[in-house]
Design a protein around this ligand. Structure first.
Ligand code: 1CP
Length: 351
């Protein structure tokens, strides 16, 4: 059977508009909370059976077209010896602040070349997931982009002002580039191994590129995103997510990523005007509207998005180079019935 998400991701026509949600597994689901009441977050990520169970929860409940591996963007840094915990966001024991810290990491990175053997549970989980979902949904792998992961490694945790990252950008940009380059090499191997283990589409998350000016984006984020996209796109469709990407769309256009995820700060129509006809767009319902809106707010917002991407223009369908998603991840306070309403409304739209 043809899978709509995989078809659209490959640039083919599908019989329906595919939908999945960033952060579709997680705290808003009672069945996820039940697993987390028994196991720590890292335990779930490192145990293939638990990771599979949690990855499948949103698919079983809502019937999304995609199943994303349950893990975190910091997990591959375990392969380079980073000491990591979560509460609930990432906590790094020894933040990287100096040339010495980064040089020490370089040694571990050389050893981490074989990411497949260093963190086998990720790839085992993908193989199990592929067997479970086979032709019923598309399996999505992912990694963080080097800049976003470097932010956590340098700050040590979520930061309000990212002052250490900004300091490194100004005072030792070469050091930052060394770190970004090392992470990029690791993530290319990581995503290639995910594809070998069954991931059919991969998404690169550059959440904290949103901190950057256009010039800084061009220097510290774009080249590494581009390397990841260039290396992976011959193997699988690649989705690029950059938070607040509207300010970088002219740069992103040059990257020729097959799929670009757009947040709610710009309409998909305007994003397409900049990015061109060929690109596949993902997005862009506001996660806050999904969490706090009424059913009719949600239905109206879905129709507005679908009319932009699927609507008829002078009798000709605009085509469907669109994967329905949110502008960013599902918020923990999102009511389950709002997610059901969203899926129902997208499913009810006839292309
Ligand atoms: O149970 C818990 O309390 C842990 C909360 C949690 C969850 C459910 C974390 C810690 N990570 C995850 C899963 C996760 N993280 C997935 C799973 C697949 C899915 O359903 O989508 C993915 C893709 C991520 C990616 C991720 N982690 C990003 C990029 C995407 C984004 O939303 O911007 C980022 C920035 C992180 C860091 C992170 N890990 C966890 C938290 C709470 C955070 C954010 C912390 C912060 O605000 O800085």
């Amino acid at each position: 059977m043809e899978k709509p998400l995989f078809q659209v991701a490959k640039g083919e026509k599908a019989r329906s508009v595919p939908i999945w949600l960033m952060r579709q597994a997680g705290r808003y689901l009672p069945e996820y909370q039940a697993v987390r009441a028994k196991y720590g977050f890292l335990e779930v990520c490192q145990n293939p059976e638990l990771a599979v169970e949690v990855s499948l929860q949103p698919w079983k409940r809502f019937g999304f077209d995609g199943v994303i591996l349950f893990s975190d963007i910091l997990i591959p840094t375990l392969a380079m010896g980073v000491e990591l915990d979560f509460n609930p966001g990432p906590l790094i024991q020894k933040p990287l602040r100096s040339a010495k810290d980064i040089r020490a990491l370089e040694g571990s990175l050389t050893q981490a070349k074989n990411v497949f053997e260093s963190i086998p549970y990720v790839f085992q989980a993908l193989e199990l997931l592929k067997k479970e979902i086979s032709d019923s949904a598309t399996l999505i792998g992912f990694c963080g982009a080097p800049f976003t992961v470097a932010c956590y490694l340098i700050e040590g945790k979520h930061s309000q002002d990212f002052s250490h990252v900004k300091k490194m950008m100004k005072e030792s940009p070469i050091l930052l580039h060394i770190l970004l380059d090392k992470l990029c090499g690791l993530f290319i191997e990581y995503l290639k191994s995910q594809v070998k283990s069954g991931a059919e589409v991969v998404q690169v998350f550059d959440t904290w590129a949103s901190l950057l000016s256009t010039e800084e984006y061009a220097e510290f984020a774009y080249p590494y995103e581009k390397r990841l996209v260039d290396e992976l796109k011959p193997l699988a469709p690649v989705i690029l997510f950059v938070k607040e990407s509207s300010k970088f769309l002219n740069e992103i256009k040059k990257m020729e990523a097959p799929i670009v995820s757009i947040d709610q700060s710009i309409s998909l129509e305007d994003a397409r005007t900049v990015l061109g006809k060929e690109v596949i767009l993902q997005g862009n319902l506001d996660p806050e509207l999904l969490a706090s809106g009424t059913k009719s707010d949600i239905r109206r917002a879905v129709q507005a998005i679908l009319t932009q991407t699927q609507g008829q223009v002078q009798g000709r369908a605009r085509g469907q180079k669109h994967i329905f998603n949110l502008g960013h991840g599902v918020l923990p306070h999102t009511p389950l019935e709002n997610v059901s309403t969203l899926v129902e409304e997208v499913r009810g739209f006839h292309v």
